[in-house]
Design a protein around this ligand. Structure first.
Ligand code: ADP
Ligand code: MG
Length: 341
């Protein structure tokens, strides 16, 4: 069987913002490839380089080095053709709050050169699909956050792209709106055969939605595969010990660290997560040692590795910690870049 052309390819992308001693490295040799027709996740903490990668792939920014292709087309050589193939939903809202949902969609279609009549019928189709027909004639600024995010996605679909880029599509949504958007995104790949690249800093989002994913840390891909592959490659288990008294954390960490078979230990929110080769074999010793040290537990469990463990293994710190400490992105990142040119 011939190998299909990848829908998206990033090859050794390198980029720094600013010049000389003030340069901030954003990408440090980032590579990945996405087969057509799947939801692919770029998972990484704040400041990892996800948005920078998406802006390069969508022709909005240029790498210092490296190449990027969409459907086999080099984005630097064929920006116009690439733009017709792709839809892009940025991390920040893209709709006009002072226009109705319907107006936003039709305008988006007109920008892409769609005749007015076709734009209106495509808009109606998308409003129906995203369950937005009822509020369609109200100003988008008055809609709920979940409805506004769906409008942004619908706008990205107006010109029937084959590849859709979603930058942090569910950030800030409540759990119910998030689940609803997840279902819509999954449907785009499964029913319509679109290739969807989404970035996220939610582990459970990548786990739930992405058929394959690349974990990004400090501007490069540290691990890639299906969520299951990534977890099984780690081997072993995680013992999770919830402490009755969070003040015992450091003492408990020291006790665990002295037990044979216990690997990396992460403390977070009054619980310790310890990597072990065989959870069932090590657990009795762990309980005995903690008991002997006078440390009471509120909960204890053995779990298969999570994506957090995968990240910890490759990046050397826990995902939650990296996300909090992440350099973050300036609010007006795109504007800053334009100003820097
Ligand atoms: P992510 O989307 O994963 O949070 P970004 O690609 O936005 O990461 O940012 C990667 C790094 O580049 C961060 O350190 C961020 O602060 C920096 N950065 C992003 N955009 C700009 C910009 N326009 N000017 C300066 N630094 C930037
Ligand atoms: Mg971002």
């Amino acid at each position: 069987m011939p190998i299909p052309t990848p829908a998206i390819e990033a090859e050794e992308l390198t980029k720094a913002y600013g010049k000389g001693s003030k340069a901030v490295p954003a990408l440090t040799g980032l590579s990945f490839s996405v087969e057509p027709g799947i939801v692919f996740g770029l998972l990484g903490p704040n400041g990892a380089g996800k948005s920078t990668t998406v802006r390069i792939l969508t022709t909005l920014s240029r790498p210092d080095r490296g190449r990027a292709r969409v459907s086999g087309l080099d984005v630097a050589e064929h920006p116009g053709r690439v733009r017709r193939l792709i839809g892009y939903v940025s991390q920040k809202p893209g709709f006009d709050p002072m226009a109705t949902g319907l107006e936003n969609l039709v305008l988006q279609g007109r920008i892409h050169g769609t005749p007015a009549r076709d734009a209106r019928s495509r808009a109606a189709e998308l409003l129906e699909r995203f369950d937005l027909t009822a509020p369609a004639r109200r100003l988008a600024g008055t809609w709920s956050g979940g409805m506004q995010r769906k409008l942004d996605v619908a706008m990205g679909l107006m010109h029937r792209p084959r590849v859709l880029f979603l930058d942090e599509p569910t950030t800030g949504l409540d759990p119910e709106a998030r689940l609803e958007l997840w279902a819509e995104i999954a449907r785009l790949a499964r029913q319509d055969g679109l290739t969807v690249l989404l970035t996220t800093h939610y582990l459970e989002e990548a786990d739930h939605l992405a058929a394959r994913l690349a974990i990004v840390d400090a501007g490069r891909v540290v691990a890639a595969g299906t969520p299951d592959e990534l977890k099984s490659a780690l081997g072993g288990d995680t013992i999770q010990a919830g402490l009755a008294r969070p003040s015992d954390t450091e003492k408990a960490r020291a006790v665990l660290g002295s037990i044979a078979g216990v690997g990396t230990i992460v403390a977070e929110g009054g619980a310790l997560h310890a990597r072990v080769t065989n959870g069932a074999a090590v657990l009795p010793g762990v309980l005995a040692a903690l008991g002997a040290a006078g440390i009471d537990l509120a909960a204890v469990g053995v779990a298969r590795p999570s994506l957090d463990d995968v990240y910890l293994h490759h990046a050397g710190r826990s995902f939650g910690e990296a996300d909090r400490l992440g350099a973050g992105s300036p609010a007006t990142e795109a504007d800053l870049e334009v100003a820097a040119r």
